[in-house]
Design a protein around this ligand. Structure first.
Ligand SMILES: [Zn+2]
Length: 409
């Protein structure tokens, strides 16, 4: 009649309520995710310090994990409250059943005493009735009643005694049935207590598991929050330094662009300023674009930053070829761009077009040299503000940086 849970089922039920380990993120997944993001960031932002890129990746990772961790912690707290409530309720039910048991035991004891009293009383009434009537036995009484020979109102006394005795016997019988009922209830309550004790023990275990789980979830939430805070502090500590660096890069870009523009203007004045057929080729054909031209928000300064060219995933040591016929404006070391070659292609559709090749290991041309389309002008590398082998290729239109892709595809 009882519905006691088998232990295995209880454990399974607990496992469903508290999926403590199964849901926890695999730290290795997290690490490789951060590693991938570091690579991505360094491709997106050439020259971004690796440690800083890692801090940014960790900040982003923490940011991403935060909502789930908050939710998990809240759920664990709710589950704990529920488990505490259940535990309290079980304890209260147990106490109430135990009180009922005590009351029933005491009622039964009182009832038994009552029964004893009634029994004694009935027996005494019977004895007295016979003694007073002078009738010596039930049979004698019946005979006397049948013969109408009872003297001194004996039968009347017996009759009244019998009625009194009957009442006592009725009381006795009523008390017996009350006691029987109480004993049945006691047996029920005793069974119930035994079940409640099991359930209460389970409720305690569930509460303890919920406490452990809630603590764990709160800990991991706090870990994420402090990782995020730490990362944000490092990022903010590096903000002004990075802003300065980016400004220097921008100044260098502008300075180099102006130099090219001045050179072009000189040529324009001379009037003869067309090289080749005006059609440019991809200088890194067959290599993937790892970072396109365009504006992006810098993860440290939060400011818009122009990626002034297209990056190609060219391994170090790869020969780099001129995109078109032209003349070398400059070939040499610059700060952020490392070893850089700038080639003017003259006027194309009315605009002065130049191409630049950056971060080279070696340079194969010199200022003022005429080059043919496809001629090797340098060897790729990762010099200057660069964190991996690649070619940063630019197109300048009238001295301004534009998206190179429409020119070379
Ligand atoms: Zn680039």
């Amino acid at each position: 009649m009882r519905h006691r849970l088998p232990l295995a089922l209880t454990a399974a039920a607990l496992a469903i309520i508290m999926p403590v380990t199964s849901v926890a993120a695999n730290p290795r997944d997290d690490k490789s995710k951060v590693d991938d993001r570091v690579k991505e960031l360094q491709q997106e932002f050439e020259g971004l310090d690796k440690d800083l890129a890692r801090v940014i990746a960790e900040r982003d990772d923490a940011q991403e994990r935060l909502p789930d961790a908050e939710k998990a912690s809240k759920q664990a707290d709710d589950a704990l409250s529920e488990a505490i409530q259940k535990d309290d309720a079980m304890a209260a039910r147990l106490t109430s059943a135990e009180n009922a048991q005590t009351d029933l035991k005491s009622s039964i004891k009182d009832g038994a005493e009552e029964i004893e009293k009634h029994k004694t009383s009935a027996a005494r009434i019977g004895r007295q009735a016979y003694q007073n009537s002078g009738i010596t036995s039930d049979l004698a009484m019946l005979l006397q009643m049948a013969e109408g020979t009872s003297a001194d109102g004996g039968i009347g006394r017996v009759d009244s005694a019998v009625r009194s005795q009957q009442r006592t016997i009725d009381d006795l019988s009523a008390q017996r049935s009350v006691n029987k009922n109480n004993e049945e209830r006691l047996s029920g309550v005793t069974d119930e207590i035994s079940d409640l004790k099991d359930e209460a023990a389970e409720a305690v275990l569930a509460k303890e598991a919920a406490q452990t789980d809630a603590r764990k979830k709160a800990d991991s939430l706090n870990d994420i929050i402090s990782a995020k805070d730490d990362a944000e502090k490092t990022i903010s500590d590096n903000k002004s330094k990075t802003e300065k660096q980016l400004q220097e890069e921008k100044d260098e870009q502008d300075r180099l662009a102006k130099k090219v523009r001045d050179w072009e203007k000189e040529q324009e004045k001379k009037g003869k300023f067309v090289y080749g057929d005006g059609v440019l080729a991809n200088p890194a054909k067959g290599y993937p674009i790892t970072s396109p031209f365009g504006y992006r928000i810098h993860p440290i300064t939060g400011a818009k930053k122009l990626h002034s060219g297209t990056d190609f995933g060219v391994p170090c040591g790869t020969p780099i070829r001129a995109a078109g016929d032209g003349i070398v404006v400059t070939s040499g070391w610059t700060g952020g761009y490392g070893n850089r070659v700038v080639i003017s292609h003259g006027k194309i559709k009315g605009n002065s077009i130049a191409s630049t090749y950056n971060h080279n290991t070696k340079l194969r041309v010199h200022d003022g040299q005429k080059v043919k389309k496809g001629q090797v002008i340098s060897v790729s590398g990762t010099t200057g503000a660069s964190t991996g082998c690649h070619l940063h290729f630019e197109i300048m239109k009238n001295g301004g940086y534009v998206n190179p892709m429409p020119y070379i595809s």
